[in-house]
Design a protein around this ligand. Structure first.
Ligand code: FA5
Length: 345
């Protein structure tokens, strides 16, 4: 009996020290197993030792051991409650902090500009077509009236692929041919997409950029329709007061041809040293013209019955001028501080 009492005293001291070291639910569980484990816990060992006592001592020994067991249980329960409470307190402390809202993905600004351009033309009755970015010489040049060795091919700094006459399309005009091959007039389409040119990047040029091609072919289409459509688009996309001018130009697939400029939205025609317009006050936004009769013949449309106009516009430049961004390379640097400025539009 004396031995059992001494052993209980020793266990109580151990419990006191071990309890002070409990930090978490895991160390609490370890202590529980050490004292109350069914097979080798200290309380079980004491019960086993009781078998060797004389019968008249067994009752008292049983009471002392049960008292010890209850004390151990109380101590462990108390620790468990305090661990739970500290967890709740550390969580509750966060409730005073402002919440962190996750950043949702958003369309790239160029996609937003494209959406806007598409929606203006859709309201005018245009439908949307797409074509491949890898093209053949035939669609990119030949069917558009650039015979081999034609000097105008040099205006498009082409990236050729190894195989046969494949290349990265230099403009979206080949989609005109693909559509007219399949469909007869009336045709009223726009074709947005990526194009590629072997060009050194600068504030208004990129070797990869986006264009939107437009094409109308029907009876009695004139240059006045082209002018009215472009004028309406630019005034809707930018603002009513934007100045628009048509300059005579040359494209092998349109006759007559024009390049269209708008008044510089970055300097408002007021800075002789403007990085974007170079002080001229004007920036080129698109090329356009009446579809050359030879192009219509190439796709078996009778130019005596039908006429059409086409245009090709830089999406990057259009967005750049809308937001007065002085360098279109910002669109491709993918600096999130820049990209996110557009995400809630
Ligand atoms: C063309 O690409 C013709 N296919 C457009 C066309 C279509 C004319 C139908 C007639 C009929 P151009 O090379 O000028 O033309 O390019 C058209 C527009 O793309 C330019 O006005 C400009 O806004 C944009 N652009 C041209 N080169 C670049 C470049 N390197 N980086 C960014 N935008 C460019």
């Amino acid at each position: 009996m004396r031995e059992i009492k001494n052993q209980i005293d020793a266990y109580r001291k151990e419990l006191e020290k071990a309890t002070a070291r409990i930090k978490d639910a895991e160390s609490l569980q370890e202590l529980h197993t050490l004292f109350l484990g069914r097979k080798k816990g200290y309380v079980t060992l004491l019960m086993n030792a009781m078998k060797f006592l004389p019968p008249e001592e067994k009752r008292d020994a049983g009471q002392i051991i049960n008292l010890f067991k209850k004390d151990v249980q109380d101590v462990l329960d108390g620790r468990q409650k305090s661990i739970q409470k500290s967890r709740i307190i550390s969580f509750a402390a966060d409730l005073t902090l402002p919440g962190r809202s996750p950043y949702w993905g958003a369309p790239h600004p160029l996609r937003l500009f494209q959406n806007r351009i598409e929606s203006i033309f859709q309201k005018m009755g245009f439908s949307i077509e797409e074509g491949p970015e890898i093209e053949t010489d035939f669609y990119n040049f030949e069917a558009l009236n650039f015979p081999p060795e034609h000097p105008a091919r040099d205006d498009w700094d082409t990236l050729y692929l190894d195989k046969d006459d494949w290349l990265l399309r230099t403009h979206t005009s080949p989609v005109q041919i693909r559509v007219m091959e399949k469909r007869k007039p009336p045709i009223r389409i726009i074709c947005p997409g990526k194009v590629f040119r072997k060009e050194a990047p600068d504030p208004t040029h990129s070797p990869m950029f986006y264009q939107v091609e437009g094409l109308i072919v029907d009876h009695g289409i004139t240059f006045a329709h082209l002018k009215g459509t472009i004028d309406f688009f630019l005034r809707t996309f930018f603002h009513e007061k934007i100045k628009v001018r048509f300059r005579p130009s040359f494209f092998p697939f349109t006759e007559p041809s024009a390049e269209v400029d708008i008044s510089c939205t970055v300097c408002n025609q007021k800075d002789d040293n403007c990085r974007v317009c170079g002080g001229s006050g004007w920036v080129e936004i698109l090329g356009a013209g009446m579809v050359d009769p030879q192009v219509l013949k190439n796709v078996n449309i009778d130019p005596e019955k039908y006429s059409g106009f086409a245009f090709g516009m830089g999406i990057d430049r259009t967005g750049m001028f809308q937001y007065q961004i002085p360098d279109l390379r910002y669109f491709f640097d993918n600096d999130l501080r820049f990209i996110r400025k557009f995400s809630r539009q």
